[in-house]
Design a protein around this ligand. Structure first.
Ligand SMILES: [Zn+2]
Length: 134
């Protein structure tokens, strides 16, 4: 999808530049009509490419979305038992409410069928990721 969008904008630019070139090199001739059409077509392509970027994610895409392991860059870090633990939590906004917890220690993603739990221990490496005081 990303690639397609860039393609749209890129070919739009080519049409626009070529079309404008034709218009200016042949002002009185028949070609100016073709050039204008090309320019307009190019503009339409660019607009199409740009507007497709703003398309919201479908609810299906949101509910099946999972953080990738590279997302740990903006993850949270907690100091638990003097050990630095990195983790990342993402909770869905729509029903069914799910929280995905990415363990920074073993990169395991655990899905919890609720909002963020008060405490969480990674089932794979058994590391306590966090524990909130009441
Ligand atoms: Zn783990």
């Amino acid at each position: 999808m990303q690639y397609l969008r860039i393609n749209f904008i890129f070919s739009g630019w080519i049409c626009l530049i070529l079309g404008t070139g034709v218009v200016f090199s042949d002002i009185d001739g028949m070609l100016s009509v073709v050039g204008t059409t090309m320019s307009l077509f190019g503009l339409a392509l660019i607009l199409l490419g740009i507007s497709s970027k703003q398309q919201p994610m479908t609810s299906k895409q949101i509910s099946t979305w999972r953080p990738s392991k590279e997302d740990l860059d903006d993850s949270l870090t907690s100091n638990f038992d003097d050990k630095k633990v990195k983790y990342r939590i993402d909770t869905t906004l729509d029903e069914p409410i799910q929280t995905s917890i990415l363990c920074g220690n073993c990169s395991e993603i655990t899905i919890v069928e609720s909002t963020k739990p008060k405490a969480f221990k990674c089932p794979i490496c058994e590391l306590q990721l966090w524990e909130e005081e009441e």
